[in-house]
Design a protein around this ligand. Structure first.
Ligand code: C6P
Length: 405
């Protein structure tokens, strides 16, 4: 069954407004998706009637909160196909998850001379945490190159893999290009040399069915706000055996077993990695977001968004002076481009004047911008509530902008 886009749109109140006097066309979904009523209402319900701390109180609200928080963890476990619910660790988002991983994994596993492979198209949050820990541990970062279409060059990746490779951390879907990387094959190749593999699924999670056991990734990170959920909540998935070998990332409440000045012992998974009061509302309502996506069906979502992307790509190519940034064979949801003789920020500002929200800039991927010899691009990113009519308006708006500039 295909998506009922009219019905979907009615579930997103943010769409029902004018920006600069025009109906909002929201094409900045790779930055953050809008929220459906199911999530907004759940947040409202939580803060109106269910506020409490969790894992601490014996009173009813605290116990109910704890049950819902753990229910959400199990929903996520099922959604990503993890073997155990305690392999799902709540974090603030992808960035927080990758910092946790780099620090804790780095402490447990990295030795001087070990190599960490990252690709040219990584987001800064999948580069900088690794650089910081590599510097501390004497490990070496190696760059996996890409081609002009914006695809990882697998032969070069293969050449870089060796027995010193300790970690490969790669984005599943690039936020700046839309490239879908052949992650399963890359994981297999990494495992053949004994390296661990982390998937940055920040973009993939809302567009592709993920099964961590089928992929056989060791770690995976994503953010709630890119899958119709709240901001400030995300997930680090890790294989139980590895997480058990890793030390806590932060100290505080909930992550301990017993504290004394002589010796402190730590809680079991997942609590060992969840110090302090977490984003309870965010974690609970992430379940509502995931239920929403599951009800629609990720296969249907992917199919619909691909139709939109193909349509938009075909139309934008007809405009003279447009250069697409990222033309991988396997792409999803992102259309990034530059317009001849104009700065992306000017294009973004003029599109905004026409009610159209796109992102402009380096998209936190400066090494990638350098590779394409640009400082910035204009990025339209599509979601379940966007329509072909919106794409038509967007294309007309680019033509107008081009004339204006
Ligand atoms: N990309 C974008 O507009 P956080 O900020 O922690 O939720 O996610 C970080 C992150 C990590 N990896 C990838 C592939 C991402 O796309 C992002 C966030 C946003 O493209 C904000 S820069």
């Amino acid at each position: 069954m295909s998506l009922d886009v009219k019905k979907i749109r009615s579930q997103f109140p943010c769409l029902d407004q004018k920006i600069n006097g025009k109906d909002l066309i929201y094409l900045d979904n790779a930055a953050s998706t809008l929220k459906p009523l199911k999530v907004i209402n759940a947040l409202n319900q939580h803060y109106s009637k269910e506020t409490s701390n969790i894992h601490r109180g014996v009173h009813t609200l605290s116990e109910q909160g704890t049950v819902k928080y753990e229910e959400s963890r199990r929903t996520i476990q099922k959604f990503i196909g993890a073997e155990f619910d305690h392999e799902v660790i709540f974090t603030k988002g992808t960035t927080d998850a990758l910092n946790l991983l780099a620090n804790s994994f780095g402490d447990a596993f990295l030795e001087p001379g070990d190599e960490i492979l990252l690709s040219t198209m990584e987001h800064h949050s999948n580069i900088v945490p690794w650089q910081l820990i590599a510097e501390k541990k004497g490990a070496i970062i190696k760059e996996v190159p890409i081609n002009k279409k914006g695809e990882i060059i697998l032969d070069e990746y293969k050449k870089l893999l060796n027995k010193r490779t300790k970690m490969v951390s790669i984005v599943y879907i690039s936020n700046s290009l839309g490239t879908i990387n052949p992650i399963k094959e890359m994981i297999q190749m990494a495992h053949e040399v004994g390296a661990y593999f982390c998937v940055d699924a920040a973009q993939a999670v809302a567009h592709k069915k993920i099964d961590v056991q089928e992929l056989d990734c060791d770690f995976l990170a994503f953010s709630g706000h890119k899958i119709y959920g709240p901001t400030g909540i995300g997930v680090l998935y890790g294989k139980q055996d590895l997480l058990n070998q890793m030390p806590p990332y932060q100290g505080g409440g909930d992550m301990i077993d017993a504290v004394s000045f002589e010796k402190t012992t730590y809680n079991t998974l997942p609590f060992k990695f969840e110090a302090g009061t977490p984003h309870i509302a965010g974690a609970i309502c992430l379940k509502d977001a995931i239920d929403y996506v599951t009800e629609l069906g990720l296969e249907e979502i992917e199919k619909y968004e691909n139709e939109l992307l193909d349509y938009a790509t075909k139309k934008i190519k007809e405009i003279e002076g447009i250069t697409l940034i990222g033309e991988a064979d396997q792409k999803c949801s992102v259309l990034a481009f530059c317009l001849e003789n104009s700065h992306p920020h000017d294009v973004g500002t003029l599109l905004d004047k026409q009610g159209i929200a796109v992102r402009t800039g380096h998209h936190c991927t400066q090494p990638l911008m350098k590779f394409f010899n640009i400082v910035a691009s204009i990025r339209a990113s599509f979601s379940i509530y966007n329509t072909k009519e919106e794409v038509d308006t967007f294309i007309e708006a680019i033509k107008k902008t081009k004339e204006f500039l």
